[in-house]
Design a protein around this ligand. Structure first.
Ligand SMILES: Cc1ncc(COP(=O)(O)O)c(C=O)c1O
Length: 465
């Protein structure tokens, strides 16, 4: 059979080397003489592998120790529900940044479990990411959800948004492991110690934040805010943390407010903020949760990788099914029930392949090269090909393009037919947007992309007027 070039959006091309390994191991997992497909998930061999897959994720993305790594069933769509089920209880409302069909779906799902604030104005034409200055973020949101790469529209974030201390939740299904992600990126330090306290409480999901807001108002506005507006909430479990904070205000007056538990235990001292406090710093990480369905860059369908900051556990809604409950899954080390073991195994082998091939930095270099080849062919086509997406938001994983202006659907069909005849397959654009889409994930080689680009040029030479 002649060579097939698979540009599918997912399930997508797998590294050839991984097939070789899987072929050898299929009927003999870890020297046991039987296949993983018929091995108990409680065996030592599987449990060890389960740990190794977590470790390789941790190594590749440099995941700090205060994050759990989970393997969840239900794919990306399962996590659209799991995210609000696990986090919405914090304030009952969540921010969704909708930049394409997948984040729109995530927002729609979240509406079942709480209030959803749409951060961007509604549109059905997703061609870029509005500047953060135009975002309508709610400081009271339980979390801010983004999709870092919209697979259908080819819209990718080239920055990590500043969510002002509200946990960031990122669907990275179609670009995880294609570049370095600073999982441990810290939130910008607040201007005063009181801001730090508020930030810290937000991240801990303590509703007592409003009391502290008042406290801050008092400090800033000469104690003008009436205390009876405060909502008394138990803060006893966190008072120890106050030892670590400080204020730039000299001898702040913290009024005695009997009966207001939020203020009873607060001791704000006039000390310098100890930025070396690792415990506090770890909590002030930007990313709350990262999740990614496996069937694009990290394996096959059936498992969703979830990386969750520990302080966001233990707050699932009571209706959350155990299977979707991150806390229950973390406690069970992702072996709560029979997990999608084979999909987890494939993920492990793919991630080890990433590691052997330069890690995420290596993948990023290749992704930049491959993307510049395809976008370059579009740019140099004198308008024969066009990409609707703004330059700063163009995806390095999924390149959607049209032929002709306005798009000539007959010519696009001809393009796809000619491509298939050469073994260049799965190039049809998603049914929601039409046109052509070349998905050039980690496993697609530079040579394969060069073959596609050569075909694009030949096709243009034949049909351009
Ligand atoms: C960015 C993104 N999120 C979520 C999903 C949904 O994943 P699943 O089909 O595993 O539910 C997809 C699927 O293509 C996707 O591309």
């Amino acid at each position: 059979m002649s060579k097939i070039y698979n540009f599918g959006a997912g399930p997508a091309k797998m590294p050839e080397e991984v097939y070789e390994i899987m072929r050898k191991e299929l009927t003999n997992f870890d020297g046991s003489g039987i296949s993983l497909l018929e091995t108990s998930h409680r065996t030592k061999a599987y449990m060890q592998f389960n740990t190794e897959v977590q470790n390789v994720v941790r190594r590749l993305l440099d995941v700090p120790a205060n994050y759990k790594i989970l393997f969840m069933a239900g794919g990306g769509t399962g996590e659209f529900a799991a995210v609000p089920l696990n986090l919405m209880s914090r304030t009952g409302t969540a921010d969704y940044v909708v930049t394409g069909d997948w984040s729109a779906k995530a927002a729609k799902e979240a509406k079942k479990y709480g209030k959803v604030n749409m951060v961007l104005p509604p549109t059905d034409r997703y061609v870029g990411i509005p500047d953060q200055s135009e975002w309508n973020l709610d400081p009271n949101a339980s979390y801010v959800h983004i999709c870092t790469n919209e697979t259908i529209h080819g819209v990718e974030f080239d920055f990590i948004p500043d969510t002002k201390g509200v946990p960031l939740v990122a669907d990275m299904s179609s670009n995880i492991m294609s570049k370095k992600v600073d999982v441990s990126k810290e939130v910008g330090l607040a201007s005063t110690a009181a801001d730090e306290i508020i930030l810290w409480h937000r991240r801990m999901g303590h509703l007592g934040v409003r009391n502290l807001m008042l406290l801050k108002n008092k400090m800033a506005d000469g104690l003008r805010a009436p205390v009876n507006q405060a909502v008394p909430l138990p803060l006893t479990d966190v008072t120890v943390e106050y030892d670590r904070v400080s204020t730039h205000h000299e001898e702040p007056e913290i009024p005695e407010e009997p009966g207001n538990p939020a203020l009873e235990n607060v001791e704000v001292e006039d000390e310098v903020w100890e930025s070396s406090d690792e415990g506090m710093k770890q909590i002030l990480r930007m990313f709350g949760v990262i999740y990614a369905g496996a069937q694009k860059n990290i394996g096959t369908a059936g498992v969703c990788l979830v990386i969750v900051r520990e302080d966001l556990l233990n707050q699932a809604l009571p209706i959350c099914p155990s299977l979707f409950d991150w806390t229950a899954n973390a406690k069970a080390d992702s072996i709560l029930n029979t997990p999608p073991m084979f999909a987890i195994y494939v993920m492990g082998r793919v991630l080890q392949w990433v590691e052997r091939n330069g890690g995420v930095e290596g993948m990023a270099k290749l992704a930049a090269k491959k993307a510049s080849l395809v976008y370059g062919a579009v740019e140099e086509s004198n308008g024969f090909y066009s990409v609707p997406v703004a330059k700063n938001a163009r995806s390095k994983m999924n390149v959607p393009f049209r032929i002709g202006s306005p798009p000539n659907e007959d010519l696009e069909k001809e393009f796809l037919k000619g491509a298939e005849a050469l073994g260049l397959i799965q190039l049809k654009g998603h049914r929601n947007v039409g046109g052509i889409r070349a998905s050039i994930y980690n496993a697609v080689s530079v040579e394969e992309v060069e073959t596609l680009v050569k075909y694009m040029k030949d096709f243009q030479n034949k049909y351009a007027k």
